[in-house]
Structure formats: structure tokens, C-alpha cells
Design a protein around this ligand. Structure first.
Ligand code: GRF
Length: 205
């Protein structure tokens, strides 16, 4: 059984979607550990309630970013996790970290990348006046939200949209596509060649 490490910093709705998909057998994996850099992250509570192992890693205890990342690398190895899912994790991971787990770290971002990387993606979409936005699941590379795109979902941007409304509409799609991408990874259907991710057919199709 594939073991997943989920890295979080906040609310945890994507974590909840992953947990639900595991329960509903839409994802054939177990969450080995949920790691947070924020002690009171709601996501940690969600995990604890489900009996999932949680760890708070206090960045202020480490001299450098590299040391902090190394600590997380060790936890992931100790837990024998082979897939790392960033779900609202608000820190940028170092090159060492990314190289260690090449094409085994996924992230979900609330825009149609490469548009609007970084923070406040929904605000940026509204400010830019785009008619469609959405969300992207991608493998992590050394840049910020620049890694190979695994899948995307599109939502309309309405004339009277607020950041809250648009975020809500996008989030619903995040909860749908993140589990799909995770299960495709587990089934070894994702083939990453250069910047492109190809989806192999499901078995027996
Ligand atoms: C989501 O919008 C995700 O796309 C972004 O951070 C947010 C996390 O939300 N990376 P949650 O903690 O999963 O509810």
C-alpha cells in the first residue's frame, strides 16, 4: 500500500478530501503522516480526529531552511512515504528536498497555471479580468508553482464575483481533481517527460 505524507499549514480542506477519497476507496493508499509548520493548523486537528499521525515541525528551531527541510526529509523517510502531497503548505521547499523526491511531490494551486502563481491567486485572477480560472495539480520543481502540470479544472469567473465566491468555486474543483491525480500516481499512470505529464490509460481499457 502506498504511503502518503501530507504537508499542510492551514485549514485542511484538501487533506479532508484526500481522507474522504481513501475512505471511499477512490484512493488506494494510507496517509502515513500529516506534517505541519503551523502548530495550531486546523488540518492537524482534522488528521488527529481521524487517528492519523501528525507532526508539527517548528521552523524556528532550525538554523537554516535547509536544516528544516532535512528534518522533514528524515520524517518522510522514516514513515516510508513514497508520495508527498502539499495541501496548503505555505513554505517553499529547497532544491535538496525537491531533488530527493523528484516527481513524487504534488501540489495543488488555485489557478490555471502558469497563470497566477504564488499567493492570492484568486485575487490576481479577478484583477486580471480573466473569464475563466480554476485549479492545477502539478509536480513540484525548484520554482514557485512552476512544476509539470498533472491536471487542471476550469471554473467560470462571473461578472460580480468576489474573492470568496471564486475561491469557493475553485476549491470544490480542487477537492475533485487532487484525489484523481493522487490515484493516477498510485496506479503508476503518470508519465513525466520533461515538462509534460502524460496519463496512461487505465488498466484493461
Ligand atoms: C488551497 O486553495 C490550495 O489550492 C492552496 O492552498 C489552499 C489550501 O486550502 N495551495 P486547504 O488548507 O486545503 O483548505
Amino acid at each position: 500500500m502506498v504511503r502518503i505524507a501530507v504537508l499542510v499549514s492551514g485549514r485542511g480542506s484538501n487533506l479532508q478530501a484526500i481522507i474522504n477519497s481513501i475512505e471511499n476507496k477512490k484512493i488506494n493508499a494510507v496517509i502515513a503522516v500529516v506534517i505541519s509548520d503551523v502548530q495550531n493548523a486546523l488540518a492537524l486537528e482534522i488528521a488527529k480526529e481521524q487517528g492519523i499521525k501528525t507532526l508539527f515541525v517548528d521552523s524556528s528551531k532550525f538554523k537554516t531552511r535547509k536544516d528544516f527541510d532535512q528534518n522533514i526529509i528524515e520524517i518522510i523517510k522514516r514513515e516510508q512515504a513514497t508520495l508527498i502531497c502539499l495541501a496548503g503548505f505555505m513554505r517553499v521547499l529547497s532544491e535538496t528536498f525537491v531533488k530527493q523526491f523528484k516527481n513524487r511531490i504534488m501540489n495543488i494551486h488555485p489557478s490555471l497555471l502558469p497563470s497566477f502563481p504564488g499567493l492570492k491567486a484568486q485575487n490576481k485572477a479577478l484583477d486580471a479580468g480573466v473569464k475563466f480560472s480554476g485549479c492545477t495539480v502539478h509536480f513540484l520543481d525548484e520554482g514557485i508553482d512552476t512544476g509539470p502540470i498533472i491536471c487542471q479544472a476550469v471554473v467560470p469567473v462571473l461578472d460580480d464575483d468576489t474573492v470568496e465566491n471564486l475561491s469557493k468555486r475553485i476549491l470544490k474543483e480542487e477537492h475533485h481533481i487532487y484525489p484523481l491525480a493522487i490515484q493516477a500516481f498510485i496506479e503508476q499512470r503518470l508519465v513525466c517527460i520533461g515538462r509534460k505529464v502524460f496519463w496512461k490509460n487505465e488498466k484493461n481499457t
